[in-house]
Design a protein around this ligand. Structure first.
Ligand SMILES: [Zn+2]
Length: 313
């Protein structure tokens, strides 16, 4: 009988792996280094060796594995072809086919942001919902669109790249993607710091932020919680941009819930409340019931999403 699922999340530094039962309960998780030398050609065989030895240790025959769901950092087509993963040095090739040949179990591959969204829907902040938008506020801003339980990856895998929605046609500085005025430039951790510096320069009022040499997004949230007026202004600006962007997204796919994750989401309820306030100021009447939740799985979201993908094989 098939009793186990595998979740694999390939990142630029480490590969996270998880062994799950059929109900999606995590039984064991581990990590290996991502060996990127020679265009990442050892990554899949390292994963294979590691899984084989863990299964052997636990006396689990391959016949008992339903399959493995794999997240990769880059766009992926439905058949498992990656369109080049810059972070891993990978060219265009079919990861699904290659890993299936090595591991001898069914494989399904998806983009890492999308697979993390799937994980949050399966066992995290979006549990119980089928229509969900994941918003990851980290160094950059990522996203994942799930409609009726299915990830919408789009024709070239760029579906859910909400960080690169244009929210400001007047921006002069370039985003990492090369364009100007992307959501990520204002609402990522680095974007928040940038907003803070701009507001500090413009306003003359006193603020504890002025005494911090290298301001972080966390400083801004912490001080806003202490009622530091200038920090509160930064959060207001950040929330007004993000809330408006999410209200536009809601007009396109009208989700049950927005799940907010990434490092910035550690700011917790205060963050949710301020985003929601701005969202409601901008939302179409039929989308005002959308809920806002915090992601709960952290760095494990990818392996949980992998397990969910494997379950659908
Ligand atoms: Zn961009």
């Amino acid at each position: 009988m098939k009793k186990y699922l595998l979740g694999i999340d390939i990142g630029g530094t480490t590969v996270k792996l998880g062994l799950f039962n059929n109900e999606g309960e995590l039984l064991y998780k581990w990590e290996i280094e991502t060996r990127k030398i020679e265009n990442g050609k050892y990554i899949l065989s390292d994963i294979t060796d590691s899984i084989n030895s863990i299964l052997e240790e636990r006396n689990i025959p391959k016949e008992e594995i339903v399959g493995a769901g794999v997240g990769v950092p880059g766009p992926v087509k439905d058949d498992g072809t990656v369109l080049g993963c810059v972070n891993l040095g990978w060219p265009v090739f079919n990861v699904s086919q290659a890993l299936e040949e090595l591991l001898n179990i069914p494989i399904k591959v998806a983009n890492d942001a999308n697979i993390a969204a799937l994980g949050e829907m399966y066992k995290g902040g979006g549990k119980g919902y089928e229509d969900m938008i994941m918003v990851t506020l980290g160094t950059g801003v990522g996203g994942g669109v799930i409609i009726k339980g299915q990830v919408i990856a789009g024709v070239t895998g760029a579906g859910g790249e909400i960080g690169h929605m244009n929210v400001n046609p007047h921006e002069k500085t370039s985003c990492n993607c090369g364009r100007k005025g992307c959501l990520e430039q204002y609402t990522s951790a680095t974007g928040i710091v940038r907003l803070a510096k701009e507001i500090l320069e413009k306003e003359s009022c006193d603020s504890k932020l002025r005494s911090i040499e290298n301001i972080t997004a966390k400083d801004v949230f912490d001080l806003a919680k202490e009622q530091d007026e200038l920090s509160k202004k930064v959060i207001e600006k950040f929330s007004s941009i993000l809330g408006r962007a999410l209200s536009n997204i809601a007009c396109i796919c009208n989700p049950d819930v927005f799940v907010i994750g990434g490092g910035v989401s550690k700011a917790g309820e205060m963050l949710l409340n301020s985003i929601k306030e701005s969202y409601l100021e901008n939302a179409l009447y039929a989308t005002t019931g959308t809920e806002f939740k915090l992601a709960t799985l952290g760095n494990d979201a990818g392996i949980f999403g992998g397990a969910k993908l494997a379950k659908e094989i």
